[in-house]
Design a protein around this ligand. Structure first.
Ligand code: KIV
Ligand code: NA
Length: 270
């Protein structure tokens, strides 16, 4: 298997092959995801919940993200080294200025990331443009953006109303224009996520709780293994239930996303 790169992702998209992504926070799980043929790994700030037991991602620091990104990168180097590594920019690490974002993005890249992810639309376009112009690949994130959960009022579906949907469409286009090569769409109605995907030919949408019309899918690793400290989101499928191993569960996930059997739009009521 050739290493996953931006041209390789664009090629997959052009061929109609779905992009697979899972989160990982440590060397061993990252190495197994790499060996299982997952296309991308996300060192998500969901580690605040999964690893640190927090109730939100707001408390996650750059120090935390650097520690986990470096661990994941080392694990991948000891495996096949083909997986594309995305690292979340944590709360407070990019909102101040494009310069602040650049400084923190560089630190994540030096820890082993290939791409950084930041949440939000509108004001973020300028920051995305700043990073991309300086050679840092960027993944954007719209819909339910957990870092702003207190402003949003809770973990719930975004873009149900037409005005909200229009704003998401507009912000998605601005982010593609700014050079974002990937866009996570979290908890948005399937039809909206599919139409945004159609609108963005140069930016690959990765859905979570956003139906099966996106260019790719992502799940939190522990969720898809059936391990969750809170309430399991409805859109998650437990891939461990029928697999004999973690690697088997990851391979089943890759298979299901590639052949279009996950996600199943009928499971989730938007
Ligand atoms: O932190 C995370 O795990 C994420 C995914 C849910 C997209 O941002
Ligand atoms: Na995140």
């Amino acid at each position: 298997r050739k290493p996953v790169s931006l041209p390789r992702l664009a090629h997959m998209r052009a061929q109609g092959e779905k992009i697979t992504m899972l989160t990982a926070y440590d060397a061993t799980f990252a190495a197994v995801a790499d060996a299982a043929g997952v296309d991308c790994v996300l060192v998500g700030d969901s580690l605040g919940m999964v690893c640190q037991g927090r109730r939100s991602t707001v408390g996650v620091s750059m120090t935390d993200m650097l520690y986990h990104t470096a661990s994941v990168a080392r694990g991948i180097h000891r495996s096949q080294g083909t997986i594309w590594v995305v690292a979340d920019m944590p709360y407070g690490s990019y909102a101040e200025s494009p310069e602040q974002a650049m400084r923190n993005a560089c630190a994540l890249m030096q820890a082993g990331a290939h791409m950084v992810k930041l949440e939000g639309g509108g004001w973020t376009a300028k920051t995305v443009e700043f990073l991309v112009a300086r050679g840092v690949p960027v993944c954007a994130h719209l819909g339910l953006t957990p870092q702003t959960v207190y402003a949003l009022g809770g973990y719930r579906v975004q873009g149900r109303e037409e005005a909200e949907a229009q704003l998401l469409r507009l912000q998605s286009k601005e982010l593609q224009e700014a050079g974002a090569a990937m866009l996570v769409l979290e908890m948005v109605p399937a039809a909206l996520a599919a139409s945004i995907t159609q609108d963005l030919q140069h930016c690959h949408t990765i859905g979570i709780g956003a139906g099966n019309g996106t260019a790719g899918q992502v799940l939190v690793l522990h969720d898809m293994l059936g391990m969750n400290l809170g309430k399991m989101p409805k859109f998650v499928r437990n891939f461990m239930a029928d697999a004999g191993s973690v690697k088997g569960a990851m391979q089943a996930y890759v298979q299901a996303v590639k052949d279009g059997t996950f996600p199943d739009n009928s499971v989730h009521a938007w």
